[in-house]
Ligand binder design. Structure first.
Ligand SMILES: [Zn+2]
Length: 241
C-alpha cells in the first residue's frame, strides 16, 4: 500500500518517496505520498515528481489503484500526456500543486459547514477548484441564497477548529446518524473509520483534506440553488475571499 501522508497532515506540500511500481498505463505507484487520490467528491492532486537527476515528471492527477495495482490502498500518480514515468526503485520528491490543493481544502471544509447550515440528508457532492456543491434531499424548496451565504460566512468567521478522530467500524455501525452523505460510503475497511469534527457544528466520517480552522476558508458566496428532481436541491458555493 501507499502511505497516505495527506491523511495525517493535509498541509504537507511535498515528501521524498520511492517508486514502488509503474503500471502498464504509465501510472507511478509510490511507497508514500502527499497526493490526495480522487475520491469522496474531491479531485486528485496535480503536481510533479522530481527525480534524483533533476528531471521533473508532471503529474496530471492521482487516483486509487485498481485490482491490478494492488487495490484502493495503492495510490497511482498519473503523468501528464507525453511525460515519461520514472522507473521502479527510483527516489523522487513528490510535490503537489499546493495553491490548487489549498482551494480544494477550503471548499471541502466549507461543504461541511453547508451540511451543518442545512440539516437535511445529503445525496451527493462535488469539490472543485474554488467552487463546490452539495445535493440535499429537501421536500420543500424554501432555501434562500442570501440567508445560507450569511450563515456560512458567520460559521467561517467563527474560526472554529477542524479536527479528526478515529472510531471502529462497530462504533460507527452503532451511530448511523453520523453518516450524512447517503451516496458516499464512509472510508473504512481496515476496521476503523476517520471522523472529521468541526467544533460542535459537524461530525461525520470523511477521508478528504480540510483546513485547520474555518477562518481559513475565507468569505464565500452561494452562487446557485437548483432543483434536481422532485426532492433534490443542489446548492453551489464559491470562494470569494
Ligand atoms: Zn471532509
Amino acid at each position: 500500500m501507499t502511505e497516505p501522508l495527506y491523511r495525517d497532515d493535509a498541509y504537507l506540500a511535498e515528501c521524498t518517496a520511492t517508486v514502488a511500481a509503474v503500471n502498464d498505463r504509465g501510472g507511478v505507484v509510490l511507497d508514500r505520498t502527499v497526493f490526495y487520490p480522487t475520491g469522496g467528491g474531491q479531485p486528485g492532486d496535480s503536481g510533479l515528481l522530481r527525480c534524483a537527476d533533476g528531471r521533473e515528471v508532471s503529474i496530471a492527477t492521482a487516483v486509487k489503484g485498481d485490482e491490478d495495482d494492488g487495490g484502493p490502498d495503492v495510490i497511482v500518480h498519473v503523468p501528464s500526456d507525453g511525460t515519461e514515468a520514472p522507473a521502479a526503485g527510483e527516489s523522487v520528491v513528490a510535490q503537489i500543486d499546493w495553491a490548487r490543493r489549498h482551494r480544494h481544502m477550503r471548499v471541502h471544509t466549507c461543504l461541511h459547514l453547508l451540511s451543518a447550515a442545512l440539516p437535511y440528508p445529503v445525496t451527493g457532492g462535488q469539490v472543485g477548484d474554488g467552487r463546490g456543491r452539495l445535493d440535499f434531499d429537501i421536500p420543500e424548496a424554501t432555501l434562500d441564497k442570501d440567508e445560507i451565504a450569511a450563515e456560512l460566512n458567520r460559521l467561517v468567521s467563527g474560526d472554529h477548529p477542524v479536527g479528526t478522530q478515529w472510531i471502529t467500524d462497530e462504533e460507527l455501525a452503532a451511530q448511523p446518524e453520523l453518516v450524512r452523505t447517503m451516496s458516499v460510503k464512509p472510508p473504512s475497511g481496515a476496521g476503523r473509520v476517520r471522523l472529521v469534527r468541526i467544533a460542535e457544528l459537524d461530525l461525520q466520517p470523511c477521508g478528504g483534506t480540510h483546513v485547520a480552522r474555518t477562518g481559513e476558508i475565507g468569505q464565500v458566496a452561494v452562487t446557485r440553488i437548483e432543483k434536481k428532481g422532485r426532492q433534490n436541491r443542489r446548492v453551489a458555493i464559491e470562494l470569494i475571499g
